[in-house]
Design a protein around this ligand. Structure first.
Ligand SMILES: Cc1cc2nc3c(=O)[nH]c(=O)nc-3n(C[C@H](O)[C@H](O)[C@H](O)COP(=O)(O)OP(=O)(O)OC[C@H]3O[C@@H](n4cnc5c(N)ncnc54)[C@H](O)[C@@H]3O)c2cc1C
Ligand code: SF4
Ligand code: SF4
Length: 761
């Protein structure tokens, strides 16, 4: 049984890697951080490519000018202090000069240090080919030396001051950059362009700090005739291994996976050519999959699948990537994505690590608190609880409005609907979806987003609000709907303000088992049972077969509507990783429980008065303790947890982990033709697609291998497609053999850069 369950979990959710997301400073579309006047550009703003770095530096300067954050005439302090004289910092400086601003560039090593550190003759890929960065600084060179000359020639008149920025202070007299020497450089604005060059990832093995261990390759010819171990599986590692082999070194490439999936295809191809080439002076051997155990003076110990082995090494190049200088940002109070911080060692550190508190938006907290208490009020009112009783006694809610005696006019119907809390709840929900939906359409200008968001708004407003609150009661009161139809779908109730349960109309959109109440009724509602059966077991699987689970979750469902609109700017907060992927299975457990309740409900209809009815009620309402499915799942998980963590863990927590309908759809989705297709050649492994996925999918894992993305968690939000800087991804369909049979016409193929260049449709 356990083996079966683990195979099932693997098939459904766990076979793909979790894909961690790196912490990076949180910047908006104009590169602003949470500290007013501080911008972060270049590699630290997300896309590690030269053209994006140059583009970002220029745009940040233009933004601070547009916002009037500069002084008239030459007044101290400088308009802007630029930290880092790399591609983005120098592009910013050149733009600042063009705009007539006063500025200081502070550099800890030397101009274009990162690029100068590239190995001799390194090929340069100036992706995306059709992108022209903003500003005057341009890059077109194809090898490192030409690139340095080209950048120097365009910036030689820009002075650079030596110094290492330690933190940025925000005081009463404005911003000040504090250096490691204790100097303070004041500025009206600060552009942080310090890249990631100084922070190499650690292998965390003994011997890593030995002198012959390097993180950069300067000149491969210095290793000619020597034994070299290169550690890593990305472009830097493969390019280093190629250059060293071609320079005449005996190279071993150690990588922890059994395949090179991340580097550019031309690098992988060259690696394999060199491995198979006749053994000359330079040789390349692959040791994959291997983990480094220890670095010794003349060798490296690797653990392989067969046991341990030693490899001779005069030089070791550990090229496993670089990290953002997070401490600099924490010291400066700049908010990071996904930063839960470390356990502080001292009170002072504890206080400074609470920088995130500054970012707490009290308006959001107040809005959430109001919403939370309103929810409590709604539930309590519905059940005649203390909030409802208090509200009635104190006449807090304006429910005393009275419609006219016959009650058939449109205004009468609206006034009557307004006598119950559900009206306000749905009105508030719909208003949020519409307001934030319009913002999303303005922010992400792609045809796909426009049509998707408008569909979500219309569905939320019409069938989920106006239909049950106004249209149905008004039609019914004016005799426009047959009584048999009303009796079948909207039974009478003494508690309903219009005398009938029009709220059941939610069932037209919200399918069972997300919306359970049309199926879990005391007596069977045959029409609803038919509708629910067709929705859940015919229409939804059919839709999913062609367009994936997202056809429902991203285009129809009201939980999805809120997540894609109010949650649009919080999608990067969804936690990623293998551990979180395991929590995806929670929905499967809830789905099993809801099916068990269904069988009990059917049993209680067939055998009235039997134990099935008592068991059903205990399961749904929790018997005496009240901790049944309706409270634990509907109220706690969907309501309190789902909405409670909206601004901290993204808007899709309920959808990803707990929704029983989504859990069922995950199974359907495994048989779907829908895929996110990837053009592997264009992928630069920047991880942007993974970081924006609010369903926690490691999209980059598929893109790097050029494999169609098949993870059933996908809700078709298109964030990955739209955010990919090099246009790698698109929606499509594959046949049973995995061959592409269709590319979606309304796909979000516009990349971020096309938008910024004004090429958006
Ligand atoms: C091995 C390698 C190969 C690459 N190949 C390509 C390629 O082929 N094509 C491509 O488009 N991109 C490539 N890139 C990416 C490209 O180099 C970066 O996108 C670009 O250099 C980023 O520019 P930046 O200004 O953000 O940072 P950087 O160029 O890293 O500049 C940051 C500067 O800040 C300085 N600095 C750091 N800390 C401080 C501090 N505390 N105070 C003051 N100064 C500081 C550094 O010394 C450095 O000069 C490659 C990167 C690497 C590492
Ligand atoms: S597919 Fe993902 S990792 Fe590859 S370039 Fe696009 S955003 Fe970056
Ligand atoms: S479309 Fe992309 S970002 Fe959105 S859920 Fe699917 S994989 Fe994630």
């Amino acid at each position: 049984m356990l083996t079966f369950l683990s195979r099932y979990a693997n098939w459904l959710h766990l076979q793909w890697p979790g894909g961690e997301v790196e912490s990076l400073p949180k910047v908006d579309d104009d590169f602003r951080t949470n500290v007013d006047g501080v911008y972060v550009v270049g590699d630290l703003a997300g896309v590690p490519l030269l053209k994006f770095s140059v583009d970002g530096g220029v745009r940040a300067v233009r933004d601070l000018v547009d916002r009037g954050r500069v002084a008239e005439g030459a007044k101290a302090p400088d308009d802007v202090v630029i930290l880092g004289a790399g591609a983005s910092g120098m592009a910013a400086a050149r733009e600042a000069r063009k705009q007539g601003l006063s500025f200081t560039v502070l550099e800890s090593r030397r101009r274009f240090a990162t690029i100068r550190d590239f190995q001799k003759g390194k090929p340069i890929y100036t992706y995306p080919n059709d992108m022209t960065p903003a500003g005057d600084l341009q890059v077109s060179a194809t090898v490192k030396e030409e690139l340095v000359d080209e950048l120097e020639a365009q910036t030689e008149d820009i002075p650079v001051h030596h110094g290492e920025a330690y933190r940025i202070d925000e005081g009463a007299d404005g911003l000040a950059v504090v250096t490691t020497d204790g100097d303070r450089i004041r500025g009206r604005n600060v552009i942080v362009a310090i890249g990631r060059s100084g922070n190499f990832r650690s292998l965390d093995v003994p011997g890593e700090d030995k002198e012959h261990v390097h993180h950069r390759l300067y000149d491969p010819t210095r290793c000619a005739g020597d034994d070299v171990v290169v550690i890593g599986g990305g472009d830097s590692a493969t390019e280093a291994a190629i250059a060293l082999t071609e320079a005449g070194a005996r190279v071993t490439l150690s990588y922890r996976r059994d395949e090179l999936v991340r580097p550019k295809p031309e690098n992988v191809e060259r690696v394999h050519e060199l491995v198979e080439a006749p053994q000359g002076d330079g040789r390349l051997t692959l040791q994959m999959p291997t983990d480094v155990e220890e670095i010794r003076d003349e060798s490296v110990r690797l653990s392989t699948e067969a046991g341990q082995t030693g490899v001779k090494a005069d030089h070791v190049f550990a090229m496993i990537g670089r990290e953002a200088p997070l401490d600099f940002f924490r010291r400066s109070g700049i908010t990071l994505h996904n930063d839960w911080g470390d356990v502080p060692d001292s009170l002072q550190e504890a206080i400074s690590s609470l920088a995130w508190v500054k970012d707490l938006r009290w308006d959001r907290i107040a809005a959430f608190a109001a919403f939370f208490f309103f929810m409590v009020g709604v539930y309590s009112w519905k059940d005649g609880g203390w909030v409802g009783q208090w509200a009635q006694a104190a006449e807090v809610f304006p429910f005393g409005w009275s419609p006219s005696a016959d009650g058939t006019g449109l205004v009468d119907v609206v006034l009557t609907s307004m006598q119950k809390p559900g009206f306000y709840y749905t009105l508030a929900y719909s208003a949020i979806v519409v307001i934030f939906g319009i913002k999303r359409i303005r922010r992400r200008k792609t045809p796909y987003i426009r049509v998707q968001t408008m569909t979500l708004m219309v569905i939320q407003v019409l069938p989920l609000f106006i239909l049950p609150e106004i249209i149905l009661p008004w039609f019914a009161k004016n005799g426009l709907l047959p009584t048999a139809f009303l009796d079948a779908l909207f039974p009478t109730s003494e508690y309903a303000v219009h005398g009938r349960q029009y709220w059941r109309a939610y069932g037209f959109i919200l399918a069972w088992p997300l919306f359970i109440w049309n199926v879990f009724s005391t007596d069977p509602l045959w029409w609803w049972l038919g509708i629910c059966f067709v929705q859940t077991f015919v229409l939804i699987p059919g839709m999913i077969y062609f367009w994936g689970k997202g056809a429902y979750c991203g285009w129809i469902c009201s939980c999805g509507a809120l997540a894609e609109t109010l949650g649009d700017q919080h999608r990067e907060k969804m936690p990623h990783g293998d551990g979180w992927n395991k929590l995806n299975l929670a929905g499967q457990v809830i789905m099993v429980v809801v099916f068990a309740l269904l069988f009990l409900r059917i049993g209680s209809w067939i055998w009235p008065g039997s134990w099935a009815g008592a068991a059903f009620r205990a399961g749904l309402y929790g018997g005496g303790v009240g901790l049944g499915y309706s409270w634990l799942v509907d109220v706690m998980l969907a309501g309190m947890v789902g909405y409670g963590v909206y601004f901290w863990l993204s808007g899709r927590v309920w959808c990803r982990f707990f929704c029983p309908l989504a859990a069922l759809m995950h199974i359907y989705h495994r048989f779907s033709r829908f895929r996110i297709l990837a053009d592997k050649k264009k992928c630069i492994s920047c991880n942007v697609c993974t970081s924006v996925c609010h369903q926690g999918i490691d999209v980059m894992h598929f893109a790097q291998q050029g494999k169609p993305m098949e993870d059933p968690e996908c809700v078709r939000c298109s964030a990955c497609v739209q955010s990919c800087p090099t246009g790698v991804l698109e929606f499509g369909q594959v046949d049973g053999n995995g061959q592409i049979v269709h590319r979606d016409a309304l796909e979000a193929s516009l990349t971020r850069i096309q938008e910024k260049n004004g090429q958006a449709a």
